[in-house]
Design a binder for this molecule. Structure first.
Ligand code: CO
Length: 142
């Protein structure tokens, strides 16, 4: 199995306690405009995306008590949560990480926000960074 083809940084995800105050800050300080906002019930999060060139900054906040992002915030506070790499084939990319001995959070790809297909690689064995592999929907603008 060859190394996964990473085609772009898809998004940098930042965990915040209060999505609306973070949005207000990003909007007033960075002039950022939200291009997408979505509650992802299966992940227990609400997210908002800003475009930066061909990538996104994703602000993430927990929606429920059992949300992994809530546990992250309680343990580490606000800040960088994960890096999403864009790939052409999520299943193939997950298999390449597994073949390299990495611990996968998702053994098989699953639906992400915006109609994407995603899979997560555990930060243990990846130098402490939670990695998300993002396959864009085939109709994507880029
Ligand atoms: Co993500």
């Amino acid at each position: 199995m060859s190394a996964p083809l990473l085609t772009e940084i898809d998004h940098i995800a930042i965990a915040v306690f209060d999505l609306d105050s973070a949005l207000a800050w990003y909007s007033s300080v960075l002039g950022a405009e939200v291009v997408h906002r979505e509650v992802v019930e299966s992940d227990g999060v609400e997210e908002a995306l800003f475009r930066v060139a061909q990538s996104y900054i994703q602000l993430l906040t927990p929606t429920g008590a059992g949300s992994p992002v809530r546990r992250f915030l309680e343990r580490k506070g606000e800040g960088l949560h994960h890096v999403g790499y864009r790939v052409t084939d999520c299943a193939e990319a997950l298999a390449a990480f597994k073949a390299a001995g990495c611990k996968l959070i998702d053994e098989v790809p699953r639906p992400g926000s915006r109609g994407t297909t995603v899979g997560f690689v555990h930060p243990k064995g990846a130098f402490g960074t939670l990695i998300e592999l993002v396959e864009e929907p085939s109709q994507a603008a880029f």
